[in-house]
Design a binder for this molecule. Structure first.
Ligand code: TMP
Length: 212
């Protein structure tokens, strides 16, 4: 079977990472070759960029500089990991992709840069290529941020740059994802404020319906 590209999107603490792991286990049981990856940080160069982007002061870059760095990560990720895996017929599941740039750097920052700039960057770095399916996990930012702060405390992660932004930023980006979801058929929005098991079942149902 041909490779498939599935992306997961959503605000902080929406549960993407847990759901991606469960989905990978499900697909592996069906003998699908699965590659799990993420943005930023799906490659060694991406890991360096991730450190720059996700730690430190929230105001150390503006939206334009951030968008360029996320797209640099994406370019390397596409070339070194995503496309080679798809060409081998593997299914690639990415924890975030370009919709995150539109949601965070455009909607989150309340449209301080132009949508055209982001669309041009997409065309330049990714080209005429899109995920087969994008699952957006929708959650009230108050609930999501609490989850993600608890996780950071547990793992002692210091990736708090975006989490430390004001509530308005998170409300904007949630609305942004919902707007983005209206623009193409590849998007499916699921309410993430349910149990891990329930959400997994819903994701499996979507995958079975759309990709098998
Ligand atoms: P993660 O914690 O879900 O792995 O995502 C890393 C952070 O980077 C998260 O706060 C969202 C942010 N981000 C953007 O702002 N723009 C992007 O294009 C991507 C891929 C992530």
């Amino acid at each position: 079977m041909a490779g498939r590209f599935i992306t997961f999107e959503g605000g902080e603490g929406c549960g993407k990472t847990t759901q991606i792991k469960l989905l990978a286990e499900y697909l592996q049981k069906k003998n699908v070759d699965v590659v799990l990856t993420k943005e930023p940080g799906g490659t060694p160069i991406g890991q360096e960029l991730r450190k720059m982007l996700c730690t430190g002061d929230k105001d150390k870059f503006d939206a334009v500089a951030e968008a360029l760095l996320y797209y640099a990560d994406r370019r390397v990720h596409m070339q070194q990991k995503v496309l080679p895996a798809l060409n081998k017929g593997e299914w690639v599941i990415s924890d975030r992709f370009a919709d995150s740039t539109m949601a965070y750097q455009y909607y989150g920052y309340n449209k301080r840069l132009s949508k055209e700039m982001l669309n041009n960057l997409y065309e330049m770095t990714v080209g005429n290529f899109y995920p087969d399916l994008t699952i957006i996990l929708d959650i009230d930012p108050k609930v999501g941020l609490q989850r993600s702060i608890a996780r950071n405390n547990q793992t002692q992660a210091n990736e708090t740059r975006h989490e430390s932004r004001e509530t308005e930023f998170h409300e904007n980006l949630r609305r942004g994802f919902l707007e983005i979801a209206k623009t193409a058929d590849r998007y499916v929005v699921l309410n993430a404020d349910v149990s891990i098991e329930d959400l997994h079942k819903q994701i499996v149902a979507v995958i079975e319906k759309r990709l098998f």
